[in-house]
Design a protein around this ligand. Structure first.
Ligand SMILES: Nc1ncnc2c1ncn2[C@@H]1O[C@H](COP(=O)(O)OP(=O)(O)OP(=O)(O)O)[C@@H](O)[C@H]1O
Ligand SMILES: [Mg+2]
Length: 225
């Protein structure tokens, strides 16, 4: 039996639930409602990489500007300004998507940035927003994106919002090696944050929901709760 190489997530409590970290290479969907913690999760992942000297790229499809996003995440104590433009680079895809418009051009642009930067950790936020842009080409685009990540031997996190009748976007779930669901549900008039590993290829993982807290340290998972 061979074991997979693992990449630590930077989220206290999570790696021990998934066999030591995310499989290398892989693409994982981090899904959840607004405010469930997706951006925080992805930022911890990139900052952990920066701590370890692994370059990381943060792509944003829509929803900029990036400087206001960075202002929000810099309130976390694990986000260090010195990482910006060095270990971690933020890239807006909106212009590229609107100018190129073709899925292939956007994939080429992503690949070029990954190769230029030597990125081993990749985040693509609001990936599901590209569905309306690429329409009939969207599934092919996702499949090719997954292949691209594997070819680069990288680990990617992509985020998608929960939909009215589905906890995660099905098209991304279809190509993803892992699915992590973050929730902030109201239970008996109290909001409770939780994390659930719905799928993680090549990994024997915990099942069910586990308690999560978000503080200035970012997300902390409590595997026993
Ligand atoms: N510096 C901080 N200290 C403690 N908690 C914080 C801090 N910054 C944000 N939070 C908490 O984290 C929540 C936001 O999490 P985050 O932005 O990661 O969610 P999200 O899933 O990306 O939301 P969206 O779908 O709107 O992009 C806030 O609503 C707040 O409760
Ligand atoms: Mg967010």
């Amino acid at each position: 039996m061979s074991s997979l190489e693992r990449m630590p997530t930077g989220i206290p409590g999570l790696d021990e639930m998934i066999g030591g970290g995310l499989p290398v290479p892989s693409l994982t969907l981090v899904a959840g409602d607004a405010g469930a913690g997706k951006t925080t999760f992805c930022t911890q992942f990139l900052c952990k990489g920066a701590d370890l000297g692994e370059p990381g790229l943060y792509f944003l499809t829509f929803g900029g500007p990036l400087d206001s996003l960075f202002k929000f995440v810099s309130t976390y104590d694990f986000v260090k300004r010195k990482y910006l433009g060095k270990e971690i680079c933020y890239i807006e895809l909106e212009d590229k998507v609107e100018r190129a418009g073709r899925a292939e051009d956007v994939l080429d642009a992503i690949q070029e940035e990954i190769e230029k930067f030597g990125a081993k950790r990749i985040v693509i936020e609001n990936l599901s927003d590209l569905k309306q842009v690429f329409k009939g080409n969207y599934r092919r685009f996702l499949l090719k994106l997954s292949h691209l990540v594997k070819a680069q031997k990288a680990v990617a996190l992509v985020t998608g919002d929960a939909l009215p009748r589905a906890p995660y976007p099905a098209e991304i779930a279809h190509v993803a090696d892992g699915i992590i669901l973050l929730q902030n549900e109201e239970i008996n008039l109290v909001r409770r944050r939780s994390i659930e590993i719905l799928k993680m290829c090549g990994t024997s993982h915990h099942l069910g929901k586990y308690a999560v807290d978000i503080s200035v340290k970012g997300l902390t998972v409590y595997p026993g709760l």
